[in-house]
Design a protein around this ligand. Structure first.
Ligand SMILES: Cc1cc2nc3c(=O)[nH]c(=O)nc-3n(C[C@H](O)[C@H](O)[C@H](O)COP(=O)(O)OP(=O)(O)OC[C@H]3O[C@@H](n4cnc5c(N)ncnc54)[C@H](O)[C@@H]3O)c2cc1C
Length: 453
């Protein structure tokens, strides 16, 4: 393993890097932590110094991204490392279309950084608030039969490991670590930069339609296979799904973006403002939820436009919620969706938040939810002020029956023992962790649960 030992600062220099910690909460307000210290390094040297200091004072270190994981994966009980100061575009290889980004770069910064180079990220999830390191570390994904999640779009990474060494992982250096490091749950080291395989910038034609629940499920495989990016939302208590079919077009295709007013009305007023009100109403008067959902499924999701890829892939989410998402073999999606519908009907629950159904191509990352199989994703949500536990436990039981793997950044109740059975390379990942972080400097209670101590 090729490692470079960087000069570490002495204890005095490092002391100025550590500031007293402040209480931290994740976006969904379901997890919190009270770190002893917080460090905001702006150079790799400073990251190395924090790692050395952490060892000296015997405190664990955890990098935090944008705090958008629903699980406690980013909770830092010891030293919280905020890499917002290590961001931006560090290198562009125009020929290979590969770009190296600081680990703390937020996804929303990337389109502007890539635009002058005529590049874009190949696929994205629903929002762009996350950091690139946080998104890849948990296996964040979007939708699309032929497209992988973000971690599989990485070709290289640099991390600071537990002994303060700098480890470069790419096709010619430590390549055997790539399937672990690209999606490492923050357990292998502190990522300081990542290199992303980009594509020429492109435009998406978006078609959003309300359709019949059974018609879409009966035809699911064909719909996924005939589209670049297909997904749907089902509002519980209705027979309607809102489908989204996005088609990739060259960068010079004619644009017909949503007007600013239409975008504000759909995405800010309806999807966030009115939706917040209906969720609050549904919480106070659960019996009103089916009616509200029927109305919501009629008022939203009927539009067509063409815009830059990032403007189509991502939207704003201001209504807080809690989420569980399971990856299952794609062919099981119709049965699994129907099983969740039956569950809701049988239990008589009133669920205001829609279920989201997406897909991804198989990849070869050891802890990827899409490892080794064509994948379908089912995400269930609850308004953040409602209790999600009973619903999520019951959905998890269904998903495990379909060979489900939980999203690492979304709520689930599994542990290392149950997860090991779902991932053929779980043991390989643990061996890399043992090699890079034998003393568990980067552990926290969530990682203890899902990977073991
Ligand atoms: C509103 C909303 C919408 C979402 N939409 C989607 C979606 O469409 N698709 C999807 O798959 N997920 C989605 N998610 C989940 C989200 O993408 C992931 O949880 C993602 O990890 C969050 O990124 P973050 O920057 O907030 O990371 P955090 O949650 O802060 O951290 C996640 C992990 O990354 C690690 N990490 C962060 N930085 C580093 C670093 N420099 N080095 C090493 N480890 C690091 C942390 O230690 C932790 O283990 C959504 C979440 C929310 C709240």
């Amino acid at each position: 393993m090729a490692m470079t030992n960087m000069p570490a600062r002495g204890a005095e220099g490092t002391a100025s890097v550590l500031q007293p910690g402040k209480r931290w909460r994740n976006w969904a307000r379901v997890e919190s932590a009270s770190p002893t210290y917080i460090a905001r390094p702006t150079t790799i040297d400073e990251v190395v110094a924090v790692v050395h200091r952490a060892r000296e004072i015997n405190l664990p270190v955890k990098a935090v991204g944008a705090g958008h994981s629903f699980t406690a994966i980013a909770a830092a009980p010891g030293i919280q490392l905020d890499l917002a100061g290590i961001d931006g575009l560090l290198h562009v290889d125009a020929e290979l279309r590969q770009v190296t980004l600081g680990a703390g770069t937020n996804l929303f910064q990337i389109p502007t950084l890539l635009a002058p180079h005529g590049l874009a990220m190949e696929n994205l999830g629903d929002i762009d608030r996350q950091t690139i390191a946080g998104a890849t570390s948990t296996g964040t994904h979007g939708t699309g039969n032929a497209f992988t999640g973000i971690a599989a779009q990485l070709v290289a990474a640099t991390l600071v490991t537990a002994d303060g060494s700098i480890l470069r992982v790419n096709a010619s250096e430590n390549a055997e670590l790539l399937p672990a490091v690209k999606l490492g749950l923050g357990a292998l080291g502190i990522l300081v930069d990542v290199t992303v395989q980009c594509v020429p910038s492109f435009v998406l034609h978006a078609l959003e339609r309300p359709e019949r629940f059974d018609a879409v499920l009966d035809d699911y495989e064909a719909r996924v296979n005939s589209s670049d990016h297909f997904e749907f939302y089902w509002f519980p208590h209705t027979d309607t799904v809102l489908t989204k079919t996005n088609t990739r077009l060259p960068a010079d295709a004619a644009f017909s973006p949503l007007s600013a007013t239409k975008r504000w009305f759909d995405d800010t007023f309806m999807s966030n403002g009115v939706f917040a009100l209906t969720c609050a109403t549904g919480r106070g008067i659960p019996a009103a939820v089916p009616g509200i959902n029927r109305l919501a499924s009629k008022l939203t999701g009927d539009r067509e436009f063409t815009d830059l890829s990032t403007s189509v892939f991502t939207t704003k989410r201001t209504v807080r919620f809690r989420e569980m998402e399971y990856a299952i073999p794609r062919e099981a999606i119709p049965d699994a969706v129907r099983a969740v519908r039956k569950l809701i009907e049988t239990r008589g629950w009133h669920i205001s938040f829609p279920m989201e159904v997406r897909s991804a191509a198989r990849d070869d990352l050891w802890l990827s939810t899409a490892q080794g199989r064509e994948t379908g994703y089912i995400a269930v949500h609850r308004y953040w002020r409602e209790n999600h536990l009973e619903y999520f436990h019951a959905v998890e039981d269904i998903m495990r029956g379909f060979g489900g793997r939980p999203h690492w950044g979304k709520i689930h109740f599994q542990n290392a023992e149950t997860l090991a059975a779902s991932y053929p390379h779980f043991g390989d990942f643990l061996a890399v962790r043992e090699r890079l972080d034998p003393d568990r400097l980067f552990a926290n209670p969530y990682l203890d649960r899902v990977l073991g101590t």
